[in-house]
Design a protein around this ligand. Structure first.
Ligand code: UDP
Length: 246
């Protein structure tokens, strides 16, 4: 039984980081495809505008709250989520247990060369993961079958898809019946951070729900998109006090 919090009609899993990790471990023990998405406020708002995105989020096998905004929303709605489970952190925790759980990875996404740099950085930090394949995230529609063949023939257990949201979620959902991996995770800008091409907010910002503020400072062109965060909190508050329907 899944323990979820309904946030504007989307069932977000109420799991701690450890519980999320153990769910992924269980997925790896089952011989079928599982999708893992990590929505933040922007994606929750995008899902409100895009029914296809909302539907695919609802059909995920695991949906963890990547943003402080989603956790705050759950509190406003009276269904508090345990904690923020950032996709970046979950991916790194998976790397940590990869050797003991004999888990292999395929890195798909990012600009040419970035995933290779990410993997080299991991290996140089003695994070000895088995990487069965790498493919950058810039492709045309007629290259998709070849990419899927490359992923399937690699035999990787986990496919990390870094195409940015919501492109990666849509790509994963569209191809879920063709992919032979056990777990597929949409990881956004994770490869850029692992490659050292982007930085994550310092711990203080992360621990105080202010990662968005740091991101706004580093990437001010995201301003328009990021306005979805206050919009999301206002909408959730309006739903809570009965001014709007969920
Ligand atoms: N990206 C990609 N293919 C595309 C568009 C984007 O591989 O067609 C990659 C891009 O290089 C970057 C990541 O997707 O590495 C998006 O990162 P971002 O931080 O914008 O993701 P978000 O946090 O918005 O999901």
């Amino acid at each position: 039984m899944r323990n979820t919090a309904d946030i504007l009609g989307i069932p977000v899993d109420n799991v701690s980081m450890d519980e999320a990790l153990s769910k992924v471990k269980n997925f790896l023990g089952e011989n079928r495809f599982h999708s893992v998405y990590t929505p933040n406020s922007e994606i929750m708002m995008a899902a409100r505008r895009d029914p296809e995105l909302k539907k695919l989020l609802c059909e995920a096998d695991l949906l963890v709250p990547d943003g402080a905004g989603v956790v705050l929303a759950s509190k406003i709605l009276g269904r508090p989520l345990k904690e923020r489970v950032a996709g970046f952190d979950l991916t790194n925790r998976l790397f940590d247990i990869a050797k003991e759980s004999k888990t292999s990875f395929f890195f798909f996404g990012g600009k040419p060369g970035v995933a290779e740099e990410a993997v080299n950085n991991l290996l140089s930090r003695n994070i000895n993961i088995e990487v069965k394949g790498i493919r950058n995230g810039y492709f045309s529609e007629d290259e998709e079958d070849e990419i899927i063949n490359q992923i399937n023939s690699s035999g990787a257990d986990v496919l990390l898809v870094a195409l940015g949201a919501p492109k990666q979620e849509k790509w994963i959902h569209k191809n879920r019946d063709k992919l032979k991996v056990k777990v597929c995770i949409g990881v956004g800008g994770t490869f850029d951070v692992l490659a050292g091409r982007a930085t994550r907010a310092p711990k203080f910002f992360q621990e105080h729900g202010l990662e968005w503020l740091y991101r706004l400072y580093k990437e001010p062109w995201r301003f328009i998109r990021m306005m979805d965060l206050p919009r999301f909190i206002l909408l959730v508050t309006a739903v809570r006090i009965g001014l709007k329907k969920a």
